[in-house]
Design a protein around this ligand. Structure first.
Ligand code: MG
Length: 387
C-alpha cells in the first residue's frame, strides 16, 4: 500500500490546479463572511455572455446572447403580451415594427413573470406635441407591475420632478434630463432589484438604477414601497415575481427593442455574491471543501495530497486531515530516501508541497509534522532562493 502510494507520488506530473493554475497557494483565505480566498480559482467563473456586435445593421441596445426578447418588432401578434385589464389579447398595435399604445385600451403586460433583472427598452413620444406636464407623451415602465419608471415627453416640458421622465414615480426624481426630442428614440437601461423580506422583516429595500440614452438618472435608488400617484408609500414586500407592464396614460407612445436579462439572486436572497452571512458562508465553504475532496478521491499521489490540503482551507475535516498527514509523512520519507544524484529531480514536487504546507501554517488552518521537515529540505538545498 505504502509503496504504491510512493510510486504514485513520484510518478505524477505537475498537479492539477489548486488555488492557482501553477499549484501555488496564495491570497487571504476564506473567513467568516467570505467563503472564497482572495483570487480564488474555486470561485465560479462569470458566465460568458456574448455582447452584441455593432455592424452597420446593429446599434447600441442590441441584445446580448442571454437576453430574453420581449419585443423586437417581428411578432405582429404580440404573442408575449396580453391586456392587463382582462388577460385577453391586447388592443395595443404593432405598427412599423414598433409596439404602440392605443389610448383607452389599458395597460399591456407580459405573459412572462420574473423579478430582478436588467431591462432594455426604447420608447418614443409622439412627434406631434399635444398637452403639457403629465399630459404629454406619458406612459410608464412598471417593473414587476409594481413600480414605475416614468416615460414622459419632458423635452421643454416641465412637470413635478418626482414624475419626470426617468423618475421612480412618486419616489425620486431623475438626476438629469437627457431626453432627445419628441419623435426620437429614447433608450432606457434599467437594473431592478425587488425588496427582500425575511420573517416579515425588511432585509433589503429593493433598488432601481436607470440610464437614459447612456446618462445615469437613478443610482441604486431605494424603492420605498414602489411609489404611486399622490400617495407616499412605505417599504413593503413585493411578490416573488411579476410581469413587465407598460402604461396607457392616454398618449400613443411607441416602444421597440424590449429585452431583459434575469439577474442572479443577491446573497441576502440565497444567492452567491461577495457579502454573505456567517451561516451562508459556512455552508458554502463546506460545499466547496466537499467538492474538492470528491475530486481528490479520484486522484493519487501528490495531486491528491495537494487537493486534500486545499480542501482544509475551506473546512476542517478529520478524515481529510488524517489522510493528508499520512501522505505528507510518506512523501517526506520518500524524499529523504532519494539518492543524492537524483534529489534535484524532486525540487518541483517538494517546493510545491512546501508552499501548500506553509500556507496552511501561516493561516493557522492546519499544522502537520511534515511542515517543518519539508521546509528543512527546501532550505538545506536552497530551493527557496531564486537562482
Ligand atoms: Mg406614466
Amino acid at each position: 500500500m505504502k509503496t504504491n502510494l510512493l510510486i504514485a507520488i513520484c510518478a505524477l506530473p505537475f498537479p492539477a490546479a489548486l488555488l492557482h493554475a501553477d499549484g501555488a497557494f496564495y491570497g487571504d483565505p476564506p473567513d467568516a463572511v467570505h467563503p472564497w480566498a482572495i483570487h480564488d480559482m474555486n470561485r465560479p467563473q462569470p458566465p460568458r455572455v456574448e455582447p452584441a456586435t455593432f455592424s452597420s445593421q446593429e446599434k447600441p441596445g442590441t441584445p446580448p446572447s442571454d437576453a430574453v426578447i420581449l419585443f423586437d418588432g417581428t411578432d405582429a401578434t404580440l404573442g408575449n403580451w396580453i391586456s392587463d385589464k382582462n388577460g385577453e389579447p391586447t388592443k395595443w398595435v404593432v405598427k412599423d415594427a414598433t409596439l404602440q399604445c392605443v389610448p383607452g385600451s389599458g395597460y399591456v403586460r407580459t405573459k412572462d413573470e420574473w423579478a430582478d433583472c436588467q431591462l432594455h427598452i426604447e420608447w418614443s413620444a409622439p412627434s406631434e406635441v399635444h398637452g403639457d406636464s403629465q399630459g404629454r407623451g406619458n406612459s410608464g415602465v412598471f417593473l414587476m407591475g409594481q413600480v414605475e419608471v416614468q416615460v414622459l415627453d419632458n423635452h421643454g416640458n416641465p412637470t413635478y420632478s418626482d414624475g419626470f421622465a426617468g423618475s421612480v414615480y412618486g419616489v425620486n426624481p431623475p438626476m438629469a434630463n437627457a431626453l432627445r426630442k419628441p419623435g426620437e428614440w429614447q433608450f432606457y437601461d434599467i437594473i431592478f432589484r425587488r425588496p427582500i423580506y425575511k420573517d416579515g422583516q425588511l432585509v433589503d429595500a429593493g433598488y432601481l438604477t436607470v440610464f437614459c440614452n447612456g446618462v445615469l438618472l437613478q443610482d441604486h435608488t431605494p424603492l420605498q414601497g414602489g411609489g404611486g400617484h399622490k400617495a407616499r408609500t412605505k417599504d413593503r414586500p413585493f411578490p416573488d415575481k411579476g410581469p413587465l407592464k407598460l402604461q396607457d396614460h392616454g398618449n400613443p407612445v411607441r416602444y421597440r427593442n424590449i429585452w431583459y436579462r434575469p439577474l442572479p439572486k443577491r446573497a441576502i436572497d440565497g444567492g452567491d455574491t461577495s457579502v454573505m452571512s456567517a451561516e451562508q458562508t459556512a455552508a458554502k465553504r463546506a460545499e466547496i471543501a466537499a467538492s474538492i475532496r470528491d475530486k481528490a478521491a479520484k486522484m493519487e499521489g501528490k495531486e491528491k495530497l495537494l487537493h486534500l490540503l486545499e480542501s482544509l482551507v475551506y473546512a476542517k475535516d478529520a478524515g481529510a486531515t488524517n489522510e493528508a498527514t499520512a501522505m505528507a509523512d510518506a512523501f517526506v520519507a520518500d524524499v529523504k530516501a532519494t539518492p543524492a544524484d537524483k534529489i534535484e529531480s524532486r525540487k518541483g514536487d517538494v517546493t510545491q508541497l512546501n508552499n501548500a504546507l506553509q500556507y496552511l501554517e501561516k493561516w493557522k488552518i492546519a499544522d502537520f509534522a511534515a511542515t517543518g521537515e519539508v521546509l528543512q529540505i527546501v532550505k538545506a538545498r536552497e530551493w527557496d532562493k531564486k537562482k
